[in-house]
Design a protein around this ligand. Structure first.
Ligand SMILES: Nc1ncnc2c1ncn2[C@@H]1O[C@H](COP(=O)(O)OP(=O)(O)OP(=O)(O)O)[C@@H](O)[C@H]1O
Length: 342
């Protein structure tokens, strides 16, 4: 069952200029986020990602459309009931948003105090969370004494304090270096696996989606332009804007400018062969070419691993008599997708 369900959700803001057209930040978005998903929402700055998050945790009302969280329609809920819903939703932020005047322990305890938990309950839960995020030795430290990665771990512990079912992460790793980013993403993976928390991760970094998400929605101009399994969107993006995102992490098909450089550097016919999990193996394709007596070398591309499933595009320069190359490519074409690029 979907934990979060959006149906035709639109959010617009009045124009800053008198009489101007309203700014449509989120435009007719429909999405289903299943319980247990790590759901990535990716898009360039201004695509509407943060606005969408503020609608899901009911910090702002929608202009139209319906949002359900845990089977309850939050778009028509009175504020008193929304407070209960917000306790089921944890949130982490790019700038961590910790209280600098409180210790790590007090930061993590804060949501439990607001929720009215007893002192004993708070102490037990905070100890559990400090252990979980690996910061038991920093309980008395203040945020200023921590690194960025440690601050985000405190942020995660605080977001989990009230045992939410849903964690919203808004650019949670954008202020961190690549190594620390991976540490935080691995911790989020554990949050998902060990506590069964559904995670919605908003980012403009495709690496984040590649490392952790199972599903992805690509946003552009307030709309969801493509969504689905991360593997499917990465291996065959349907929309040009999604393809641009994918190309930031996947070395795939050479651009026309790159083809021109390859042409200058390599003799023979230049051909891209696309592989996909469950399709032809590379060795079968190479064997076809070798058996035809052709010489070939890999000149561009690579194989990508998306959470244990492989796909990729390999561009080869193939040398041999034209008829022999044609016959071999016809044979390879029966196994994998073949595109002659030059
Ligand atoms: N409170 C607001 N009032 C007016 N316009 C807003 C408001 N919040 C967002 N917008 C506009 O809505 C659009 C989407 O903004 P949003 O912050 O959701 O995008 P984003 O994808 O999260 O981008 P970023 O990563 O830069 O935050 C932008 O054009 C933005 O200027």
């Amino acid at each position: 069952m979907a934990l979060v369900s959006l149906t035709d959700v639109t959010k617009s803001y009045p124009s800053p200029e008198k009489g101007g057209a309203p700014i449509v930040a989120v435009d007719s978005v429909s999405l289903e986020i299943e319980a247990g998903d790590v759901f990535g929402i990716i898009g360039y700055s201004g695509a509407g990602k943060s606005t969408l998050v503020r609608l899901i945790n009911a910090l702002e009302p929608t202009t139209s459309g319906t949002i359900e969280v845990g089977g309850r329609t939050i778009t028509s809920m009175p504020e008193r009931e929304l407070r209960g819903i917000r306790l089921e939703i944890g949130m982490i932020f790019q700038q961590f948003n910790l209280f600098n005047s409180k210790t790590v322990r007090a930061n993590i305890a804060y949501p439990l105090q607001v929720a009215g938990a007893s002192k004993a309950e708070i102490a037990t839960r905070v100890d559990e969370l400090l252990d979980f995020v690996g910061l038991a030795d920093k309980a008395r430290a203040f945020p200023d004494q921590l690194s960025g990665g440690q601050k985000q771990r405190v942020g995660i512990a605080r977001a989990l304090a009230t045992s939410p079912r849903l964690l919203l992460a808004d650019e949670a790793t954008s202020a961190l270096d690549p190594e620390t980013t991976q540490e935080v993403l691995q911790l989020l993976k554990r949050v998902n696996r060990e506590f069964g928390v559904t995670i919605v991760i908003i980012t403009h970094e495709m690496e984040v989606i590649q490392s952790i998400a199972t599903k992805v929605a690509v946003m552009d101009g307030g709309r969801v332009i493509e969504s689905g399994d991360v593997f499917d969107v990465f291996s065959s993006p349907q929309n040009p804007s999604s393809a641009r995102f994918v190309s930031t992490v996947v070395k795939g098909v050479p651009s026309p400018a790159e083809v021109a450089v390859l042409r200058e550097r390599h003799d023979g016919r230049i051909v891209t062969i696309s592989f996909r999990d469950g399709g032809a193996s590379q060795s079968a394709v190479f064997l076809d070419l070798a058996n035809a007596g052709l010489e070939f070398e890999l000149v561009y591309g690579g194989i990508n691993d998306i959470q244990g499933r492989a796909f990729g595009h390999l561009t080869l320069a193939i040398r041999g008599a034209d008829a022999a190359v044609d016959a071999a490519l016809a044979q390879v074409g029966a196994r994998a997708e073949v595109t002659e690029v030059a």
